[in-house]
Design a protein around this ligand. Structure first.
Ligand SMILES: NC(=O)c1ccc[n+]([C@@H]2O[C@H](COP(=O)([O-])OP(=O)(O)OC[C@H]3O[C@@H](n4cnc5c(N)ncnc54)[C@H](O)[C@@H]3O)[C@@H](O)[C@H]2O)c1
Length: 249
C-alpha cells in the first residue's frame, strides 16, 4: 500500500484486461490515474469506478494511440489536469491471427500501428516533461510472443519484439537522466483478448504451459507496481516475464 502515493500515472488501453488491472493496482497504491482508451467513456465506467473507490482522482481521455493527433490531445489533457505524468504504461494493444502468406497489408499496419507506433507516439508525447523533471517511469507491455515467436502471428510478434527493442534502446538513452524504461512480457492471461481463441488452442496451450493454467490479470499487475515504484529503481531496459514458465530465458 502507498507505494505510489503522490504519483500520476497514465495507462493506455486501461478500459479492459491487463490495463484495467494496472490502473486499479496503481490507484490502490495511491496514484492518480489517466485512463486512455479508444472506447468511449461509457465503455470504461468499471475502471473509473475502481479508481474512485480507492479515493484517487481519475481522468478519462478517449484516445487512439496509433494517431499522432489523438495522442497529442491525450497528453495535453493529462498535463493540463495534473501538471505532470510520472508513470506511463504503454499497454493498449490488439491481437489478430493470420498465416503470413495470407496476411493483408491492412492487418499488418493495424497491429503494428497500435502496438508499436502507439508505444512510440505516447512515449514521445510524455517523455519530455519526465526528462525536464529528471524522473519518470515508462512501462511497455510487450508479450512473450515477442521473445519466442509464434505461428500465424508474425505481425503481432514483430510489433511486440519491436516494443522490446524500443524499450532497450530508449533505456540506454534516458536512464542516466532519471527516466527508467522497462517492459513486461506476459504469458497467456485470461482477458477479453483471448476470447476469440478456439477450445483446441486453449487445450494445446494448457498442455504446454509448465504451470498448467492461464494467468490472471492480478498475476501481472504486481510486476507493473514493482517497475513503477521505488522498489524498481535498479531495473533498466529489462523485460520481466510473468508467464507461467511458458518462456524461460
Ligand atoms: N491477454 C494476454 O494473454 C496477453 C499476453 C501478452 C501480452 N498482452 C498484451 O497486454 C496488453 C493488454 O491486453 P489485454 O489482454 O488486456 O487485452 P484487452 O483486449 O482486454 O485490452 C486491450 C485494451 O486496449 C484498448 N485499445 C485497443 N486499441 C487501442 C487503440 N488504438 N488506442 C487506445 N486503446 C486501444 C482496447 O479498447 C482495450 O481496452 C496488450 O498490449 C496485449 O498485447 C496480452
Amino acid at each position: 500500500m502507498n507505494r505510489l502515493t503522490g504519483k500520476v500515472a497514465l495507462i493506455t488501453g486501461a478500459a479492459s484486461g491487463i490495463g484495467r488491472g494496472i490502473a486499479n493496482a496503481f490507484a490502490r497504491e495511491g496514484a492518480d490515474i489517466i485512463v486512455a482508451d479508444r472506447v468511449p467513456e461509457a465503455g470504461a465506467t468499471a475502471v473509473l469506478a475502481d479508481i474512485r473507490a480507492h479515493g484517487r482522482e481519475v481522468l478519462f481521455v478517449q484516445t487512439d494511440v496509433s494517431s499522432e493527433s489523438s495522442v497529442s490531445v491525450m497528453a495535453e489533457a493529462a498535463l493540463s489536469q495534473f501538471g505532470r505524468v510520472d508513470i506511463l504504461v504503454n499497454n493498449a494493444g490488439i491481437f489478430t491471427e493470420s498465416l503470413l502468406e495470407n496476411l493483408t497489408i491492412a492487418d499488418w499496419d493495424r497491429v503494428v500501428n497500435i502496438n508499436l507506433r502507439g508505444t512510440f507516439l505516447c512515449t514521445r508525447a510524455l517523455i519530455g516533461q519526465m526528462l525536464a523533471r529528471g524522473e519518470g517511469r515508462i512501462i511497455n507491455i510487450a508479450s512473450q510472443l515477442g521473445q519466442i515467436g509464434g505461428k500465424s502471428v508474425a505481425h503481432y510478434v514483430a510489433s511486440k519484439a519491436g516494443v522490446i527493442g524500443l524499450t532497450k534502446a530508449l533505456a540506454r538513452e534516458v536512464s542516466s537522466r532519471g527516466v527508467l524504461v522497462n517492459a513486461i512480457a506476459p504469458g497467456p492471461i485470461d482477458t477479453p483478448m483471448l476470447d476469440d481463441e478456439s477450445d483446441e488452442w486453449r487445450r494445446a496451450k494448457l498442455a504446454d504451459l509448465p504451470i498448467g493454467r492461464f494467468g490472471a490479470v492480478d498475476e501481472v499487475t504486481p510486476t507493473a507496481v514493482l517497475l513503477a515504484s521505488a522498489d524498481g529503481s535498479y531495473y533498466v531496459g529489462q523485460t520481466l516475464g510473468p508467464n507461467g514458465g511458458d518462456v524461460m530465458l
